[in-house]
Design a protein around this ligand. Structure first.
Ligand SMILES: Cc1ncc(COP(=O)(O)O)c(C=O)c1O
Length: 389
């Protein structure tokens, strides 16, 4: 009954952990959430107001399939303001979350058997999007000892073997690593030399706590940028994202968007204008608080014995080495959930290079993070030696 295509699609483990934690909560247990990559902050007030105003004025019909023209223009201006790059609004396509954007991009680009480079570890949904489109994910491993940066030699060797596209993600999930400008320039050059299209997932842009984040558009125009309102703007449930594509891809993706989605969500699009124009105070406040949590959490996890050689500087994740506890991160995460009542994500969700690691999300209040770490400390002290690897 189920299509053959689905046979190779794997579950999103973090969602499985979350659902198990929620089942425990339904039974009256109190769980500390450090697994989910979802801002704990409310959507900024001006965004909420704009949405209510849109509903009251009944501007709730379909929009243009590429998105509201004023939003596409505002997103283009965002690139001039934040990165000093000019992006023609005609190249901006508003999508149903960045996930909707990825579905459009992978469907438009990938033919049966096309190789697509992704890093190991990476966001777990990439290989599934690629496989669903008929492509073959090819992993470029990264390592903790290299600070989870993309190794340019390994990348160029993989690109030289031929690939249709390469997905990069900075700030990265699950490592929190921000790619440096020289590394990005190098990746752009390798991609151009080998005729590989870079798909740059920039969903965590804005969440950079040291130094400066760069968009791939600063280094090349032959790139697809994927971004959205879920993370920095604390708007996960509004399901709104955008992609910036080379001119030749606009029309094919528009055709797909018309068929798959008709248009992106109207109310969310109107509200997103307020996210970009009127929410600076809230955005700065959230960023400051994430950074405070990061500065507190990283040393605390190190004190608990987790390995974090280089502190992450972006997104809201810490990928911590837990091999001294177990080399089976899924079992370890389930054990921690059951016994310490703390939900964390097993590294294996992100690829084999992250097996033996746990991803801690600091998209939770400092008070909850403190309680979570205290619980971990107590659990580590009484954990029977037989459970240890
Ligand atoms: C790296 C990365 N890209 C894309 C997404 C999808 O975000 P959305 O579809 O909410 O825009 C996520 C969500 O966790 C993510 O971590």
């Amino acid at each position: 009954m189920i299509s053959k295509k689905l046979a190779h699609i794997t579950p999103f483990i973090v969602m499985e952990i979350l659902e198990r934690a929620q089942a425990m909560e339904a039974n009256g247990e109190h769980i500390i959430h450090m697994e989910i990559g979802e801002p704990d902050f409310p959507t900024p007030g001006p965004v909420q107001e704009a949405a209510l105003e849109t509903i009251r004025a009944d501007r709730t019909k379909y929009t243009h399939s590429l998105g509201l023209p004023q939003l596409r223009e505002r997103i283009s201006k965002h690139y001039t303001d934040e990165y000093g790059v000019h992006v023609d609004p005609e190249r901006v396509i508003v999508t149903t979350g960045s996930s909707g954007g990825m579905l459009l991009v992978f469907s438009a680009l990938i033919d049966q058997g096309d190789r697509v480079l992704i890093t190991d570890p990476c966001y777990p949904c990439y290989p599934n999007f690629i496989k669903l489109a008929g492509g073959v994910p090819e992993y470029v491993p990264m390592g903790e000892d290299e600070g989870w940066q993309i190794d340019s030699k390994r990348f160029s060797d993989a690109a030289a073997k031929g690939a249709k596209a390469a997905v990069i993600n900075s700030p990265a999930n699950p490592t929190g690593v921000v790619l440096t400008a020289p590394v990005m320039a190098d990746l752009a050059k390798t991609a151009t030399d080998n005729d590989v299209l870079i798909l740059s997932d920039e969903i965590y842009h804005g969440m950079v706590y040291e130094g400066h984040g760069h968009t791939m558009l600063e280094f090349t125009d032959e790139v697809v940028v994927i971004n959205g309102f879920s993370k920095f703007y604390a708007m996960t449930g509004w399901r709104l994202g955008w992609i910036i594509v080379p001119p030749g891809l606009v029309r094919p993706i528009q055709t797909l968007q018309q068929n798959l989605f008709i248009s992106p969500p109207t109310i969310s699009q109107e509200a997103a204008l307020a996210a970009l124009s009127d929410s600076r105070v809230e955005l700065e406040r959230m960023t400051k608080l994430y950074d405070e949590r990061r500065r507190w959490l990283v040393p605390r996890l190190r004190d608990l014995g987790f390995g974090i050689p280089i502190a992450p500087t972006g997104a809201f994740y810490v990928l911590a080495n837990a091999k001294h506890l177990s080399t089976d991160s899924y079992s370890l995460a389930l054990e921690i959930l059951r016994d310490a009542k703390v939900a964390v994500t097993p590294g294996i969700d992100f690829g084999s290079a992250a097996e033996g690691y746990l991803r801690f999300s600091y998209a939770n209040s400092l008070a909850e993070l403190r309680e979570g770490c205290n619980r971990l400390e107590a659990w580590l002290k009484q954990r029977p030696p037989t459970n240890k690897a």
